[in-house]
Design a binder for this molecule. Structure first.
Ligand SMILES: C[S@@+](CC[C@H](N)C(=O)[O-])C[C@H]1O[C@@H](n2cnc3c(N)ncnc32)[C@H](O)[C@@H]1O
Length: 262
């Protein structure tokens, strides 16, 4: 039975929704459509949390590329000609800027205006011409692109980002990433692991999903649970590892890996 989905057509979320897919579910199931509306409504508040983090400290993660970028994504890029890469949840662009030397085109998707503008300023001052900054939430950016053209991206890089995906949106977003990639394209990711010091802090709102006191909601993964998500979206896992490091003197655990669009 079809459920009536109520959305405030004057809300910001509804305006974004209709600008991306028009009126109605447009190919999404009713459950997915509902999840997208709730996600867009939530984004408005979630965005403020990251705007504050970046306004307080644009160098929170430094300017050096992440270990994921250097040890996992770069070796892949070196094997490809004419490389097209999307960096999701790009922050202030430390990885995007690093990749610009090795790629024909880099697209940096970043929700906050503060961080997105910072990438734009760096590209201007460094005279980098092959980075396009998309200041939007990741679903809107992926879907908008897939509506126009899909199946052309070689590598999606997502460092410390996909664990922020609203659980009801996980399958929708992984499916959009799958559509964006060309056949044999790779996703390179690092998601928070269950051994991270933040696991178990704050309020648990679903299995392994914790909302910390600053408002950040994270899903904590292990190798089995992230593999399940990837396989469901049509990816074949090529490598997977659980890595630990100290950040702010606390254990930061990431499940890192590479998966191929088969
Ligand atoms: C932990 S930071 C990682 C930044 C960057 N990848 C790095 O390693 O330096 C996560 C980033 O994801 C962005 N973000 C969170 N949710 C997002 C969404 N739904 N769409 C796009 N960006 C998002 C945040 O604004 C933040 O800049």
């Amino acid at each position: 039975m079809l459920e009536t989905i109520y959305a405030d057509i004057n809300s910001k979320a509804f305006k974004i929704l209709s600008s991306v897919i028009g009126r109605g579910p447009n190919g999404y199931s009713q459950d997915q459509y509902k999840a997208i509306i709730e996600y867009l409504e939530e984004i408005v508040n979630f965005k403020e949390c990251w705007e504050k983090i970046w306004s307080d400290d644009k160098l929170r993660f430094g300017v050096k590329p992440s270990d994921l970028a250097v040890n996992y994504t770069l070796p892949l890029l070196k094997k490809i000609k004419g490389r097209v890469l999307w960096d999701l949840g790009a922050g202030t662009g430390r990885d995007s800027i690093f990749f610009s030397k090795y790629c024909d085109e880099v697209t940096s998707v970043e929700l906050t205006k503060t961080a997105a503008d910072d990438i734009g300023e760096q590209t201007l001052s460094k005279n980098i011409r092959n980075i396009e900054v998309v200041n939007e939430d990741v679903w809107s950016a992926l879907k908008r692109q897939n509506n126009m053209m899909k199946g052309f991206v070689d590598v999606i890089h997502a460092h410390s980002f996909l664990h922020y995906t609203k659980p009801t949106m996980t399958n929708v977003i992984f499916s959009e990433m799958h559509q964006l990639l060309r056949k044999n394209g790779r996703i390179v990711f690092g998601v928070k692991g269950k051994g991270d010091h933040l696991y178990g802090k704050g309020e648990e709102i679903a299995e392994d999903v914790w909302v910390f006191e600053d408002g950040q909601r994270r899903k904590f993964y292990d190798e089995k649970s992230i593999s399940k998500v990837l396989n469901k979206a049509g990816f074949e896992v090529e490598s997977l590892k659980t890595e630990r490091e100290y950040f702010d003197n606390k254990i930061s655990e990431f499940v890192v890996g590479v998966a191929r669009k088969s």
